[in-house]
Ligand binder design. Sequence first.
Ligand code: UDP
Length: 422
Amino acid sequence: MRSPSPSSIYGTPDRIALISVHGDPAVEIGAEEAGGQNVYVRQVGEALACLGWQVDMFTRKTKPQQAEQVQHCPGCRTIRLTAGPTAFVNRDEIFDFLPQFVSQLVAFQQQEAVQYPLVHTNYWLSGWVGMELKNHQPLVQVHTYHSLGVVKYANVPHIPDIATTRLAVEKRCLETADCVVATSPQEQEHMRSQVSSLGNIQIIPCGTDIDRYGALTRAEARQKLGLSLEAKVVFYIGRFDPRKGIETLVRAVALSQFREDDNLHLIIGGGSRPGEKDGQERDRIEDIAQDLNLANLTKFPGRISNEALPYYYAAADVSVVPSHYEPFGLVAIEAMASRTPVVASDVGGLQFTVLPNGTGLLVPPKDIGGFARAIDQILADQQLREQWGQAARKRVETTFSWQGVAQQLSQLYLQHITQVTY
Ligand code: UDP
């Protein structure tokens, strides 16, 4: 068994590439379509660099003024390639620009006189890039889906034109990548039952920053946010996308037994400015809150920065993740790391992260009454909140730290690079 240190094989650290065509690891999270994938790629890249890898993270340039390279820490940088317009393009419309992305990546390797022995691709678009790159060079491909078309399309009203292509690419990727990383046993099961029985899958979860989340007391957090200790605080954070189920949360709060309580606060964070891509969903949710007479107790702080987010999680009595479909759901483990119980939909990765009656509660998606009862159960019982919050923290420390995740990925890479090299 070789040592799990990337520098021990060749004497110098290995250069590897993380590819995330539509999820730029260097942008601010929370606006436009930036969410969990961007966080995952950046955190994994930085943590791998701490283990000794030289990590180049490739993404598509989406604004003319964006830097072509961003150095995150020694050994880890983002490289923005020009493929298609230097403008935001919805992920369903990026496929045609991928051949250009591949040729830019090949040209970049030539310029730098490097050939990556391994690429870790993220989402089906990058999966295609990885498979194409294999036509140019010997390459180990590790792939993380972040979202599976076959599951997603069963949960959305409108199926985009690109669906057939996406499903075919996802199948080929599972069957041909050296290893596909499932972030939960539930995702692995979806791949096996709905994508293909062929291919190599290993489960390595997503992680979270256990130092950033969990360092604040509730009193400190509430003081900073101007919330009293007696307040009952229900918190949502995430993209404004209909599949996130924010409507279910708002309607559930309208049914809460604490609804007439002056001290009930519903905070719905995330989203970009009105008029931008997710603005429509935000307007729709704000209208529902108005119609249900919840406007006085609901706040929409917009995008919440990395620095501010720990205060919100720590201040909350309960964090709610009402998604219709959630491949993993970083928000759940961020809340848990902050010692806040989670009420989540009983779907996907949330079934893996949230332990019902242990660190929170799971409710069938879209079950408004069920969400109302679950939220109320936690709001009504301070002791339960504390107990589940402590258990949640413990679960994240043992299973979901980025350092632990990066160690597992590093071992996986070494195992496959070794197989190819020797
Ligand atoms: N996020 C953030 N600020 C915001 C909204 C979201 O930092 O205003 C972060 C959130 O903390 C989490 C990520 O975006 O790390 C969302 O990831 P998740 O897996 O929950 O959902 P996805 O966006 O992948 O669907």
